[in-house]
Write a protein that binds this ligand. Structure first.
Ligand code: ZN
Length: 177
């Protein structure tokens, strides 16, 4: 755990307008997807709900921090994951497959090949966007950072595909805890 980055994320979480219980705050943690540069590529999160059918999560991104490109494909009779992002605070940008509409994309340096989804949906508080199943996507905060609520159907996260060959994904236990 990178304590400095965690503390920054924890301070941002204090701005979350969604009430969180002490037990939930205890579960707040960061993940760098195995890429070793948490403040650039990574996120902090709390799973609020994890049942056999549903998962809801609060995500915190530091200023311009990027959650790397990935997708949630169908597998073994499961349809794959549909993921709805609702911005709670700051500016939460969702990038999906498609062409860039502006030239100022902030792709992590040297990682252009692993960020091919270039169509931006920039969400302000109260905006939400549903990422369709089996579509490449990645997230990035605006200059102040961002907090979002994520609603998603439950899948085995081991089937997620991350495109940076260095990435180990974000390990989520497949059993409910
Ligand atoms: Zn996703």
């Amino acid at each position: 755990m990178n304590d400095k980055v965690f503390q920054k994320a924890r301070r941002l979480l204090d701005r979350c307008p969604l009430p969180l219980s002490p037990a939930e705050l205890e579960r707040f943690k960061t993940d760098d997807f195995g890429l070793g540069q948490l403040e650039v590529e990574g996120f902090a999160f709390i799973d609020l709900l994890r049942t056999d059918l549903v998962r809801t999560t609060v995500i915190v991104l530091l200023p311009h921090q990027t959650l790397p490109e990935h997708k949630h494909p169908p597998y073994d009779g499961s349809p794959g994951k549909e993921e709805t992002v609702r911005c709670l605070w700051g500016t939460f940008k969702v990038y999906v497959e498609g062409e860039a509409e502006s030239k100022d994309l902030l792709i992590p340096p040297g990682k252009d090949a692993y960020y091919t989804a270039r169509k931006e949906h920039s969400l302000s508080p109260g905006d939400q966007f549903t990422v369709p199943i089996d579509i490449r996507h990645w997230f990035q905060a605006g200059p102040e950072g961002a907090i979002a609520f994520i609603a998603q159907n439950r899948v085995n996260e081991d089937h997620n595909i991350f495109y940076d060959p260095e990435s180990t994904g974000c390990k989520i236990p497949n059993v409910n805890t």
